[in-house]
Design a protein around this ligand. Structure first.
Ligand code: BGC
Length: 758
């Protein structure tokens, strides 16, 4: 009897939720054979949702286009109710009932927001990074989304570029690990589940290296540099099975990426074996007109010929492909191939079986911004914070001390989530002051003063606080603001200065030529220091800043990035020692903007500096007004405890191509706290057929050591770790001598060496 009931329910659920469906190739072929040319071209079109509201969706212009089969997907439409309504138009009103993709920039979380990607990468914790993407996928998919425009894996070595905040910093090895973790987190290797998302790795390629750090600007790079330094994270995402790729705005080797056949077909498909579809970035196709590639019809054909399948917002495909086909500028086979890849993605997502698979209104109510997800975010956010300085162990603070929290970022919940947080509820984010109050409870007095605006210039502040991310500009004079701040500061035992950038000072189209903290805040900080009270600088930023003055004058600096919806809690957890900071920089902090681009894995030049103190040497590669090295190097970050490294060993001084070597080191926690340490391994290839970097990260381990504990950390080196692209762009390892460095950051000097022999 029981079995019969089960069977009955199984049949019912099968009938209501799914229809029997043919295998992918057969299904997609059948469908394509039924499609008109217009319907095919319609699938290649990805408009933005505009400001569609529930109830209006069915009467909008987009609705008309959807019903006519002119839309393949929509993006940045929030809420399952709206998505369901729009999907219904596609499924009930269009002739072939092809469901839509629903994309969104789910970049670092959904409503539960994690640190900006640059911050997240500083955790060096791939499990946590994957977890953050998995939670983002769970929440976004519960609210109707099935496709995210993430991960953004553009290597950047230029902090002037505002979008450095959206990536994982300067290193190809670390960047590749993060790319993989993010794709796995979103896709969970199973797009047929209703709580995963199809990922879209972007921006292919080289978007992070624009001339002068100016967004969208020209990129000019040798192929050897592309392959060795900039391509690896994109390739890692492809290797991890990413479902889609987004073309970048910039040119690559003189041809915009969106129209670049070498990039999209030879590299991406032929060399890397990518099987999904490529979407342009926002109006990427018509932008090729301004790049000087021809009129709309020409650039649209160029994009299709290059290997682009979907046109985001540009409507170049929609309005010109038919004509280009008639004029033999594109082929029907190309159009069919593009349609096929998009339909296959929809098939993989299970949309043909159940177009409403992601439209379970109940899930949206129970799986988004949950206590469990927020708790996880609080933990993850704490791991992204980087302690830059801590003189005389000022930190952690005592919960009993009266604290003055001062600065324009102290009470700024709208700014905590950071750039590209489309789905976050800014209103509910935890400000620093709210976080501190929660963590100290009734133990201490928490005082507050704004102290200054973001900067003196109100017009600048307006540009830097767009999209509702206001800092509530105060109209009092700076003198009035300073006086109030000093009054508050004088009542406290310790001052926390919450300063830096606003969330929208980084991100898209937020390039800067000046990398200092804005002057009004720098001035405020110096006033606070004059009180003689201990000052802790909690730095908010979406990019490396020039902190020379702060490093000289402020006893403690905690870099908080923009740590997401739970930022205030996470920062307070670290300030008060509930969490011991363990983040390490994934991007170098320059001493001066003139050093940019700056990165640890640089080459030696024929005239390297001979002295280690950084003293000027005439006719050597240096500056007359600044040292060469950054203020804080890649991999740098302090803890409340101390870690001592000793006993670096290598299992042999020789290695064959099919052998592996073991490198080990003892790490001791010699301080007063339990803590996590990120142990880093770098390799230098001493002689090559092409010039090789001074150091390259090839391994890392994040370990936890109790106070007083010692652990031997081991790494394995294989020939794969020694390979690079030579001048023929072959991926090879060459026999010769190598040095291996193991330590706490990229400035490590402790090394052993070995020879690779044939
Ligand atoms: C950005 C992309 C983003 C897209 C869609 C563009 O302006 O460059 O990163 O995914 O907009 O919102």
């Amino acid at each position: 009897m029981r079995n019969k009931i089960t069977l009955f329910f199984l049949v019912c659920s099968f009938l209501s939720f799914g229809q029997k469906i043919k295998p992918k190739a057969e299904f997609v072929n059948d469908l394509i054979s039924k499609m008109t040319l217009d319907e095919k071209i319609g699938q290649l079109n990805l408009p933005t949702s505009g400001d569609i509201t529930t109830g209006q969706a069915s009467s909008s212009d987009i609705a008309k286009n959807i019903a006519e089969g002119k839309v393949g997907g929509l993006f940045n439409i929030k809420s399952v109710e709206k998505i369901k309504e729009v999907q219904r138009i596609a499924v009930e009103k269009s002739r072939l009932k092809i469901p839509l993709l629903f994309g969104m920039d789910v970049i670092h979380g959904y409503e539960t927001t994690f640190p900006i990607p640059l911050g997240l990468s500083c955790s060096w914790d791939m499990k946590l990074i994957e977890k953050s993407a998995q939670i983002a996928a769970q929440e976004a998919s519960a609210d109707g989304i099935n496709w995210t425009f993430s991960p953004m894996v553009d290597i950047s070595r230029d902090p002037r570029w505002g979008r450095i905040s959206e990536g994982s910093g300067e290193d190809p090895y670390l960047g590749s690990q993060v790319a993989k973790a993010m794709v796995n987190g979103y896709q969970q290797n199973d797009l047929s589940k209703n709580n995963t998302l199809m990922a879209c790795v972007k921006h292919f390629a080289l978007y992070g290296a624009p001339d002068g750090g100016r967004d969208y600007n020209t990129v000019d790079m040798s192929r050897i540099k592309m392959y060795n330094d900039y391509f690896p994270p994109y390739k890692a995402a492809v290797d991890a099975g990413v479902g889609s790729v987004m073309a970048s705005f910039n040119e690559v080797d003189g041809i915009p990426a969106t129209g670049n056949k070498w990039l999209m077909t030879d590299v991406l498909r032929k060399q890397w074996g990518f099987k999904g579809f490529v979407v342009t970035d926002y109006t990427g196709i018509p932008e090729m007109i301004a790049h000087g590639m021809g009129d709309l019809q020409t650039v649209s054909a160029l994009a299709l010929n290059a290997g682009i399948e979907m046109d985001m917002v540009g409507e170049g495909f929609l309005t010109t492909l038919k004509k280009s086909l008639a004029e033999n500028k594109v082929t029907l086979a190309q159009i069919n191939n593009a349609v096929r890849l998009i339909l296959e993605a929809k098939y993989d997502l299970g949309l043909f079986q159940n177009p409403y698979k992601y439209c379970d209104v109940k899930r949206a109510r129970t799986e988004v911004y949950t206590t469990a997800n927020r708790t996880e975010a609080r933990k993850i956010s704490a791991q992204s914070l980087v302690l830059l300085k801590n003189m005389n162990q000022i930190l952690p603070l005592k919960k009993s001390a009266t604290v003055a929290v001062i600065g324009p970022l102290a009470d700024a919940k709208e700014n905590m989530a950071g750039t590209w947080s489309v789905a976050t509820n800014m209103d509910k984010s935890i400000s620093l002051i709210a976080g501190i109050k929660e963590v100290v409870g009734n133990n201490a007095k928490v005082l507050y003063a704004k102290g200054s605006n973001l900067d003196y210039d109100a017009v600048f502040e307006e540009k830097a606080t767009m999209f509702g991310k206001t800092l509530h500009r105060d109209n009092r004079t700076q003198e009035e603001l300073t006086n109030e701040a000093l009054k508050v500061a004088n009542q406290a035992d310790v001052i926390i200065a919450a300063l830096g950038e606003s969330a929208e000072m980084s991100g898209e189209s937020s390039s800067r030529t000046n990398l200092e903290i804005p002057q009004a805040q720098k001035d405020l900080l110096q006033e606070l220091l004059k009180t003689g009270k201990p000052v802790v600088l909690v730095l908010f930023t979406g990019r490396p800043l020039v902190l020379v003055q702060e490093n000289e004058t402020v006893p403690a600096i905690l870099n908080a990035w923009f740590a997401g919806s739970e930022a205030g809690y996470a920062i307070a957890d670290v300030l008060y020692g509930n969490e011991n900071p363990s983040g390490k920089l994934t991007t170098s902090f320059p001493r001066s903007v003139g050093q940019v681009p700056i990165y640890y894995n640089q080459k030696n030049t024929g005239r390297p500096l001979m002295n280690k103190e950084g003293k000027f040497e005439k006719f050597r590669s240096n500056y007359i007004d600044e040292r060469n090295e950054p203020l804080y190097p890649f991999g740098y970050g302090l803890s409340y405890t101390n870690f001592d490294y000793s006993n670096l060993k290598i299992s042999s001084d020789k290695m064959n191509f099919d052998e592996k070597l073991k490198v080990s080191i003892d790490v001791a926690n010699t301080g007063n706290y339990d803590g996590k340490e990120i142990v880093q391994l770098y390799i230098r290839d001493l002689v090559g057929s092409v010039t090789r970097p001074l150091k390259e990260l090839k391994g890392f381990q994040k370990i936890f050591l109790k106070k007083g504990e010692v652990q031997t950390v081991s790494f394995e080196i294989s020939v794969e770790d020694l390979k690079f692209y030579n001048s023929d762009l072959q991926f090879v390892a060459e026999p010769g001598q190598f040095e291996v460095f193991v330590g706490k950051d990229s400035a490590v000097e402790n090394k052993v060496s070995f020879g690779l022999v044939k």
